[in-house]
Design a protein around this ligand. Structure first.
Ligand SMILES: Cc1cc2nc3c(=O)[nH]c(=O)nc-3n(C[C@H](O)[C@H](O)[C@H](O)COP(=O)(O)OP(=O)(O)OC[C@H]3O[C@@H](n4cnc5c(N)ncnc54)[C@H](O)[C@@H]3O)c2cc1C
Length: 480
């Protein structure tokens, strides 16, 4: 009988090195790092500084064959596997204590087909890689608004871009995906191949396998578009909310806007006099001709006298990188929670204003995204995502420095989130949530009528729950 030796999980790096070199490396062309190897500690880091985990091994594949070898190796030895795309999961899903991190960062190639207006993107690419390749042709893919974020995690749980109201979420632009399953098989999922898997990965996260290739539809955009980023004094917040609620009541799909409560970061791009000033900011992009956008977005710049107005016609790629300097990898401790609401009622606005100024850290952003448009026109059962009717997504992005401040920030976020939940059906956006485990109704409330089918598809493709570091959909137990 073939034996599959399992390293002793005592954290002894040399055990892993020797087992890996005997049983994984013959098939594996990428790198394998274990504790004590040069670069291991740097590779342990993910975006959220609060996450400090010690995997047994970090493997970095350079091909689909390598991914298959790593999945087989981990499965045969019952090693917990964390799939890492861009490493931006606030919940720290891209790493694990013990087990294997599958770091896809070397699988970051992007191929554009300008004639068909499509793009193929490897599973470890970031939105920077995608924007760079597609904008050369005046095309863009509906992806994240911070360029270092991974395509993988963002897409599989939805994907909210500055064009979301015009073209829907990233999943709504997905044409196909190549997936390495728990048993090591590689399959394609699309409208015509493994349709159930294709349905499930559009919202069901990393539950079903390792996506080694995404194929997306592209949009004609830019190279220049109108972007508004207008900061008002905190005293104007009530006026800003009143304006924004009216403004968003009837908007063309081209307009995607957010309202944020934040403080101006201490960064040389801002005047020192304004550093740390609490502000409310209206931000938004017009996904169409820049001059049309300038007219359509102008009212957002005239609510009151702005403290700072960075609105302009920008190259699309600059907009995609505008927030990068303030949200660098591993620079802040983070605890986020998000919730969909249908309406920003006067009472909700009052509470947002009060709590916005009571938050323990001035680095925290309360960001509210306007949804609707193309997102809500996709029927709920067309993808696994869940209900799409929520008009606003409120995200409490708590960020701070110093472990001594963890408790105050986490408690504030939990308390305010619990209060907001009472105004909502309980649906969260998994990509903006730290807590994904142990909250019994979180999955059923968020996936709604799709939850049962997700369990069935999970049972079909991953009945042993090998891929479980995610908002985990538990398969039906074979014994049960
Ligand atoms: C600064 C910042 C900005 C953000 N901006 C946006 C935004 O504009 N819009 C938005 O919608 N979200 C945004 N997010 C949230 C983001 O979508 C999630 O954090 C997402 O998990 C990031 O994906 P990743 O690949 O970088 O994460 P990782 O930590 O690498 O992965 C998270 C999980 O995703 C799954 N996964 C990743 N890649 C693959 C793959 N190839 N195959 C299978 N499973 C995979 C795995 O389950 C993995 O554990 C932002 C987050 C941050 C921190």
């Amino acid at each position: 009988m073939m034996s599959n030796p399992t390293p002793n999980s005592s954290g002894n790096g040399s055990d892993f090195r020797s087992i890996a070199s005997q049983h994984l490396l013959p098939d594996f062309q990428g790198s394998v790092l274990t504790d004590g190897d040069f670069g291991f500690d740097e590779k342990r880091k993910v975006w959220n500084q609060m996450i400090d985990k010690h995997p047994d091994m970090i493997v970095t594949p350079t091909s689909v064959d390598d991914v298959v070898a790593a999945v087989n190796f981990a499965r045969q030895r019952d090693l917990l596997m964390a799939i890492r795309g861009g490493g931006h999961s606030v919940a720290g899903l891209g790493t694990t204590d013990g087990g294997m991190v599958l770091d896809l960062c070397q699988l970051n190639a992007v191929w554009v087909d300008p004639a068909r207006k499509t793009v193929k993107v490897q599973g470890g690419a970031t939105w920077y890689d995608v924007d760079r390749a597609t904008q050369v042709f005046g095309l863009a893919c509906a992806g994240g608004v911070v360029s270092e974020t991974g395509v993988g995690g963002l897409t599989l749980n939805g994907g909210l871009s500055w064009m979301r109201r015009k073209v829907g979420m990233s999943i709504d632009n997905l044409i196909s995906a190549d997936v390495v399953l728990a048993d090591g098989r590689t399959v394609r999922a699309s409208e015509s191949e493994n349709e159930d898997l294709f349905w499930a990965i559009r919202g069901g996260g990393g539950n079903f396998g390792v996506v080694t290739m995404f194929e997306f539809k592209l949009q004609e955009i830019g190279p220049e578009v109108m972007f508004v980023a207008c900061a008002y004094h905190r005293g104007e917040l009530a006026k800003v909310y009143d304006f924004w609620v009216d403004f968003t009541a009837d908007l063309p799909d081209e307009l995607t806007t957010d309202c944020m409560q934040w403080s101006i970061p201490e960064h040389p791009m801002f005047p020192p006099l304004l550093h740390n000033q609490p502000i409310c900011m209206l931000a938004g992009m017009y996904a169409g001709p820049a001059e049309e956008g300038a007219k359509a977005l102008q009212p957002m710049r005239e609510v009151a006298k702005p403290l700072m107005d960075m609105s302009s016609i920008y190259p699309y790629r600059d907009i995609q990188q505008m927030f990068d300097p303030h949200l660098r990898k591993h620079s802040l401790r983070n605890y986020w929670k998000s919730i969909y609401v249908n309406e920003l009622t006067p009472n909700l606005r009052k509470r947002l204003i009060e709590e916005g100024w009571a938050k323990p850290s001035n680095r925290t952003i309360i960001s509210i995204r306007h949804m609707g448009g193309a997102i809500e026109r996709v029927p709920v059962d067309a993808t696994a995502f869940g209900d799409r009717q929520g008009q606003f997504l409120i995200s409490l992005d708590s960020m701070w420095t110093g472990a001594e401040n963890d408790e105050a920030n986490i408690q504030w976020t939990k308390d305010f989130f619990n209060e907001l939940s009472r105004e909502s059906g309980g649906q969260v956006y998994f990509n903006f949530n730290y807590d994904l485990e142990g909250e019994s109704d979180l999955l059923s409330d968020s996936y709604g009528p799709n939850y049962q089918r997700l369990i069935e598809v999970k049972t079909k493709y991953d009945h042993n729950n090998f891929f479980r570091l995610n908002a985990n959909i538990e398969p039906i137990s074979r014994e049960g």
